[in-house]
Design a protein around this ligand. Structure first.
Ligand code: SF4
Length: 385
């Protein structure tokens, strides 16, 4: 089933949709939109010797050349997802100790590799801890198919949304029933840097051959929007600072993470009034996820929040990112992808007005989701909150 889902969302499928769309009379055509994940943009930039912002604009030009009409950065969606995760953590911290309070630590929900693992292997233990906030990919889907479509007077099923993402797991996420409405999926197709490279190779083209075209601005948000934080998602840094400000009147400023037992486990804490108030961690890779599971089983998990990513080094190192160019080994290439990711312009403060506007007009239902314990012998069983 997973193979079928992946084939339904391939670069060839995208080309077919674009071809068929172009053959229709103008009034019958769907509006094709793309959203770009910064980790995927940074990977393509590294492979093509471009700076990341330039790569985003060449991608914008290339996708338009193929027939995509609007190209957006997922920055606003991620800022919205972060704002919701911040609220969720503050609520859990505020209600800590109450009998019906949701448990801590809160675990991030942006990585479908981790969600799939949690649902299939430790559902009853892990799912109550996982944030109910949709990932940036799926928030972008909600914004585009609901809010932006409404603004344009276009029905959601007249929009075809393709997302450029760093791994194949994002295709499975896009295909989840939880993200399907009567008028279709919020994200119709996910393609990856590897697949985009195949399209370029088939034409004998380089990314820089396409015109550099500014991205469209989703709901008046800045063209590109990257927040401070790790190359994975930056959720841990954001929530530590925000929860510190809101609950303890203490913002530590840029957070220095220190390696835990290995370089893929990073820890940070917030101290105020002489005591540690909050502990967060970034746990990348399955070794650290398994250690986290053991800590939760033994009720000895010291963190309030954990940004969990299945890939070692997080999304910058996703399984479907561009391969290193001949002159760079894998390690040097990853370092370059990280550098480019960090060099993307923008800050979450630039988005505050756009985030506020979006939060005022998008229902929580479209920003949140639920998970399911998958039991091999009995099928799926919904977790109720
Ligand atoms: Fe995909 Fe890896 Fe990022 Fe998870 S950490 S979303 S599996 S690229």
């Amino acid at each position: 089933a997973e193979t079928v889902l992946i084939e339904q969302q391939s670069e060839q499928q995208l080309l077919r949709v674009l071809r068929e769309n172009a053959a229709l009379p103008e009034p019958e055509r769907r509006t094709v939109v793309a959203s770009l994940a910064p980790a995927a943009v940074a990977s393509l930039a590294a492979a093509h010797g471009l700076e990341a912002a330039a790569a985003a604009r060449h991608l914008s030009g290339y996708l338009r050349q193929l027939g995509v009409q609007f190209v957006f950065d997922v920055g606003l969606a991620r800022a919205l997802s972060l704002a919701e995760a911040e609220d969720e953590l503050v609520e859990r911290l505020t209600r800590r100790g109450e009998p019906d309070a949701a448990p801590l630590p809160l675990l991030a929900s942006a990585c479908p590799g981790f969600i799939c693992y949690a649902e299939k292997t430790h559902g009853k233990l892990l799912l109550p801890h996982i944030s109910r906030v949709r990932s940036p990919q799926q928030v972008a889907g909600s914004l585009l198919k609901r809010r932006w479509a409404q603004q344009r007077g276009t029905a959601p099923d007249r929009i075809y949304h393709v997302a450029l993402m760093p791994c194949f797991d994002k295709k499975l996420e896009a295909a989840r029933d939880d993200f399907r409405a009567a008028d279709g999926q919020d994200v119709d197709c996910v393609i990856t840097p590897i697949e985009l490279e195949r399209l370029l190779e088939a034409e004998g083209a380089q990314l820089a051959d396409a015109a550099a075209v500014p991205l469209d601005r989703l709901l008046e948000a800045p063209e590109l929007l990257v927040h401070a934080g790790s190359g994975s998602g930056g959720y841990a840094e954001h929530v530590l600072r925000a929860a510190g400000r809101r609950l303890f009147g203490a913002d530590p400023g840029p957070v220095q993470f220190t390696p835990g037992r290995n370089p893929d486990l990073l820890e940070a804490e917030l101290a105020a009034d002489g005591e540690v108030k909050l502990r967060v961690a970034i746990a990348n890779g399955f070794r650290n996820i398994q250690n986290l599971v053991q800590k939760l089983k033994r009720r000895r998990c010291p963190y309030d929040y954990v940004e969990v990513m299945a890939c070692p080094s997080g999304c910058v190192n996703g399984g479907a990112q561009s391969r290193p160019p001949a002159e760079l080994d894998a390690r040097a290439h990853l370092a370059e992808v990280r550098r480019l990711y960090a060099a993307l312009p923008g800050d979450e403060n630039d988005a505050s007005d756009a985030v506020r506007r979006a939060r005022e007009t998008v229902s929580k239902e479209l920003l949140h989701t639920e998970y399911h314990v998958i039991e091999s012998d009995t099928g799926a069983l919904n977790i109720k909150w």
